[in-house]
Design a protein around this ligand. Sequence first.
Ligand code: B3K
Ligand code: ZN
Length: 867
Amino acid sequence: MNDAASVQPVAKYRKDYTIPSHTIESLDLVFNLHTTDTLVTATSMVTATQGATVLQLVGDQLLLKDLLVDGKSWSDYTVTEEGLSIANLPQSFELTITTQINPTENTALEGLYLSDGAFCTQCEAEGFRRITYFLDRPDVLAKYTTTIEADKDAFPFLLSNGNKIAQGNCGNGRHWVKWQDPHPKPCYLFALVAGDFDQLTDTFTTRSGRDVALEIFVDKGNKQRAQHAMLSLKNSMKWDEERFDLEYDLDIYMIVAVDFFNMGAMENKGLNVFNSMFVLADQATATDRDYLGIEAVIGHEYFHNWTGNRVTCRDWFQLSLKEGLTVFRDQEFSSDLGSRPVNRIKNVRIIRGPQFAEDASPMSHPIRPEKVIEMNNFYTLTVYEKGSEVIRMIHTLLGEQAFQAGIKLYFERHDGTAATCDDFVAAMQDASGVDLSQFKLWYSQSGTPIVSVTDEYDAQSKTYTLTITQHTEPTATQQDKQALHIPFDVELYRADGTVIPLQIDGESCASLLQLKQDSQRFVFENVDEKPTPSLLREFTAPVKLNYQYSEQQLVLLMKCATNEVSRWDAGQSLMAKYIKAAVTDGCPIQLSDDVLNAYRALLVDEHLDNAFIAEALTLPPHSEVSGWFDVIDVDGICQALKSLKLNLAKGLEKELLHTYQTLASESYDVAHQSIAKRSLRNICLNFLSCLPDYSDLAAKQFKASDNMTDTMGALSAANLCGLQSRDELMQAFSDTWSNDGLVMDKWFMLQGIKPSKDALAGVKESMQHSAFSLQNPNRTRNLIGSFFANPYAFHAIDGSGYQFAGEMLAKLNSINPQVASRLLDPLLKFARYDEQRKQLMRQQLESLRDTPNLAKDLFEKVEAALK
Ligand code: B3K
Ligand code: ZN
């Protein structure tokens, strides 16, 4: 049976929230694990909240074996499309339900499934209903006891949430373990893992002196590859104590790495389940980016223990309550441990690129959505990343001290409960005294605000006036938009690069302006010359900025802005000016000497962080550039980006080569400075590789490399610049790594993004590779998903890329709808392309709509797009 509903899926609305009909005080689960027929016995203590005698439980893909009320067989029930309806119940009772499930057939990877022979679970958002009939909603909090019984040889480790309280042998080659979680939790935080692993152990002593056992479980032979994850976990625990005053609350913290996983990781109480890509790393197999990703995701899941688990969400519409806040916390963690400006730049790129694109798509939604058909469709960049920007704006408006006071009050009020976004904002407002009533609109209004700025200088009165207007275009499901409360940081510069102190109404004023109306004027006094404004410094709000900067002004800011993010931003705006002009006129780019000199100065500046220079030299990706135009000129943008890269490479050749040579690698470590060096060096290689004189540099680096960062730097350069050595290097990589799926993901990704029309043939051939499987989400995302982002081949004008997409999505619809739904996103944006592509993409969406048993994940998006 597959996930698809036989009737039209129905939407749920935030406004329809009602409290649950029953509470469940405790849940005792017994799992009798067998690969194809697992038995689950769930005994719960249930009480009606408002006298109801009927209990509606949800369930999916379950076979009901037995149903008891207060220990007696109960026949007053019906199995419905959604689950189980039990009637004639007393006020309080013990309910025992036995279900049979098939983990082997569970390719959707929700509920209980097998990952390479190990049992594991994924219950968020609504996977618990695939384990037993239950009140599967986040505001039903119960205390869990879990007993797991399985074959002892095949599954020596039997894990669940909380503390292990008993274990024993069954006598028939099987054994059992019993776990108890003292903290009441919603069922989405339940976890079970059973398998044979290598175990890396350590201890963390909390600031109150408690020892917490740390255990990371990985596939046999991979123990050493979990060291960085362990270090990141200990760093996270320490950081949360120091910066947020939050201490861990159990005596054990376990992490299990699995190869089959729909997303990055899951914060189950005391037993995180992780995609192995966010646990395993060593010099030979992982890039610096992988190392940083591990630190961020380990941190993120750990931070959820307070923001998510101790205080959870009342309903799934409130998802950003835990996700936006936890992303903010993991971003701060990475910034405190590494480089703040570089982290900020990376986050800003995500907002300006894919998040703005989501805002402009048919699935545009506020960070707190109003209407949902499939909850898994709302684990989005908007809820997570824009959600984090909203928390960051609160932080900016309140300052660190008042923000922390707000956090404290939030926990005082809501610890151990299921809360709402309104509760969070109320705590922030009450603790700080800052009025957030208008600010709350950020939770309900979707779309990207456009902030337009004009200025005027009056030499006589020495006043400089900024007129700032804000406007948000209607989005797919929301026509009327209101003015938002926008923190907007500014600075003014003289032509010599010095800062002009800000003064309004005779008094000095802070650089943070507060925009609250459609249009506002700010008159700055004592401005001794016409200044260059640095606007939206530090990207203080997730908005599009419109100001007609001259090239000269941007060059000045690139050189002199006091804030590194602003320097980077000025460079990006310069690139944007040239790219836009080139796409519009179809002419090759010719950067002016001033611009080249500005980049040259950055490249050779010894006082700058190399990682920052690398960011400054990175071109905006095709996907971000696409967002700048009403109609996306796929080929024009490819040409412009190529031309810009070549122009920079030619113009800076000498400095690029010098930097490349002087940053030659030393012994490998993952200290920030070392990562920064490799990052800049590989950017230089990428530029140089598009010049004929350096076409052998990548192959040389590939052969000499002793770490995956430099190997991938070389291979990417060969792939992106279409070097002659490309195929030979790809073959060598595959010969070395064909038995390691996680490493091969990098190779699959390169096949997918190969910037050439023949990429599709390469993708099809790669699907035959022994390491590839459409059932594995990592493999699929890296090969097929990256191809869907390939402007050269996915958007081939003959429609071959779209047709392939249609075929893959139809297949994945029955294998794994969640993965399919993620991959679908590029097709949803069909209306933004030229007529021919628009029609071809639309055809694929229409034929998907007609697919028998279309999963509701896909149904929701396809309907929204075709509306
Ligand atoms: N909370 C999980 C994501 C669950 C996604 C369900 N489709 C991981 C995280 O955000 O930390
Ligand atoms: Zn999260």
